[in-house]
Design a protein around this ligand. Structure first.
Ligand code: NAD
Length: 484
């Protein structure tokens, strides 16, 4: 049993807490013990219909879109403050739900979520249009208007941040939202519903429906009252979501899977590079869409880098998320742990050499897996090509820049990429050639709400963060006034 008391969750619709229409509930499991900690309501189609109805009513009433951008920004600033004021409770929930080390929750999840709302609060009053010069005897100008009801569908790995990266810009632009968090990690979304209300977000503007993807998610996706779908999740589900939304001609943003390459050149500062390499594949227990699970190393330093990893990686502290020393916690669920085990089995069968790790860690019945480094796999191995989404690093040598770029670009994904080099010209030359939405040079996971991120190829389309994200939650209207 956990030491924490968690209230059973209910759905948040039109500013009211309610059970699912059919009374269904689903269990929430603490991944560090494999124990049920609470239950939440499991929404069905009728509940989703009620949530979309509430969001529609709030949008049409103008209780949010009718406020000035400055007023919306003020309320979003308050949301950011409330996240900081409630940091301990939010970190506790996120850690319990996802298995993240509590220190990581504070440093990354809470900090970034607050920064996200603050960033979009500041952008809320910059939604201006343009006056266009034309040969007509007319005044032609554009306006940016909110789209309407946004369906925000989010994954299990960064519940708070990835909700903020959608709800923040959606609200800043004047939309209303129905949020469907991941089936297995719904707790921070429900807590945030309270904070939105406390900050002064009017009833019906943010609604939260917890439940299963194929039921609640599908009903939300198909609902005719939804005007835009903002999705983060796997490429397989994203493909289905994009095609369904496409059929209904709804705009979508798609933040999907990743399998980034991390390229180490012989001129890199290896000591610094190794820190970035380890961070890139163990951060969030490898459940990081922008993680760097494919290490490509220039042949002259290949053996050296493998040696350093063999010595260093086993010392990365894996343990109870409540332990402030833990850097790596459990996988977020049993199915995720099993997936990692399956991929490491494939690697063994395909002749991969396990440099370190390669097994579970038995601790309190939790879903722990030791950080694992694998060498000697061919580039067409499934372990190299597919998204494992666990603390597993494959290491491959290369001989030339061209080969490094070809290997880096050789998977269907294109979310992130990284380069370790002290050669400035090479860094920019390679960054230009990498098929990825973001390229990091001489570090990893440098993220800020001012810097847009998103994918190319099977990693999706559209950008979160930055003014680019805000634009994706608006539609442009042109007004042309005759001056005759
Ligand atoms: P997932 O695709 O299984 O689920 C994502 C969300 O979609 C969940 O809320 C789920 O309930 C919902 N869903 C499932 N079926 C649905 C359906 N038929 N209709 C509507 N919604 C449905 O993803 P996951 O396992 O929760 O998350 C891991 C994946 O997310 C990885 O592939 C990871 O790379 C990706 N991810 C991408 C980013 C990014 O920014 N690109 C960020 C985080 C995670």
């Amino acid at each position: 049993m956990t030491a924490f008391e968690i209230e059973p969750g209910r759905l948040f619709v039109g500013g009211q807490w309610r059970e699912a229409a059919d009374g269904a509930r689903t269990e929430v499991v603490d991944p560090s013990r494999g124990a049920v900690v609470t239950t939440v309501a499991e929404a069905g189609a009728a509940d989703v219909d009620a949530a979309v109805g509430a969001a529609r009513e709030a949008f049409d009433a103008g209780s949010w879109s009718g406020l000035s951008g400055r007023e919306r920004g003020r309320i979003l600033h308050r949301v950011a403050e409330l996240i900081r004021e409630n940091a301990d409770e939010l970190a506790r929930l996120e850690s319990l739900d996802v298995g993240k080390p509590i220190s990581l929750c504070h440093a990354v999840d809470i900090t970034n979520a607050a920064n996200d709302y603050e960033h979009f609060a500041a952008l809320a009053h910059s939604l201006d249009g343009a006056v266009r010069d034309t040969p007509m005897n007319a005044l032609a100008y554009t306006k940016r208007e909110p789209i309407g009801v946004v369906a925000a569908i989010t994954p299990f790995n960064f519940p708070l941040i990835l909700a903020g990266s959608k709800i923040g810009p959606a609200l800043a632009a004047g939309n209303t939202v129905v949020h469907k968090p991941a089936d297995e990690t719904p707790l921070s979304a429900l807590y945030m519903a309270r904070l939105f209300q406390q900050a002064g977000v009017p009833d019906g503007v943010v609604n939260v429906v917890t439940g299963a993807g194929p039921v609640a998610g599908e009903a939300l996706l198909r609902h005719r009252g939804v005007d835009k779908v903002a999705f983060t999740g796997s490429t397989a589900v994203g493909r289905h979501v994009a095609s369904t939304a496409g059929e209904a001609l709804k705009p979508v943003t798609m933040e999907l899977g990743g399998n980034a390459a991390h390229i180490v050149f012989e001129d890199a500062d290896l000591e610094k590079a190794v820190g970035a390499i380890i961070k890139a594949f163990v951060f969030n227990t490898g459940q990081f869409c922008m993680g760097g699970p494919r290490l490509l190393v220039s042949r002259p330093v290949y053996a050296t880098v493998l040696g350093i990893l063999a010595d260093t990686v086993p010392g990365v502290p894996v343990g109870d998320p409540r332990d402030p020393e833990a850097v790596v916690g459990p996988m977020a669920g049993e199915k995720h742990l099993k997936k990692v085990e399956e991929y490491v089995d494939i690697a063994r069968k395909e002749g991969g050499r396990i440099v370190c790790g390669g097994e579970r860690l038995d601790l309190d019945g939790g879903y722990y897996y030791r950080p694992t480094v694998i060498a000697d796999l061919s580039n067409d191995s499934r372990v190299v090509q597919e998204e494992i989404f666990g603390p597993v690093l494959t290491v491959q040598p290369f001989d030339t820049e061209d080969e490094a770029v070809a290997l880096a670009n050789s998977t269907p994904y294109g979310l992130a990429s990284g380069i370790q080099t002290n050669n400035l010209a090479r860094a920019h030359r390679i960054a230009d050639r990498l098929q990825a939405g973001i390229v990091w040079i001489n570090d990893w996971a440098m993220l800020d709400p001012a810097v847009p991120f998103g994918g190319v190829k099977d990693s999706g389309f559209g950008r979160e963060y930055g003014p680019e994200a805000l634009a994706a939650y608006t539609k442009v209207k042109s007004v042309v006034v005759s001056l005759d």
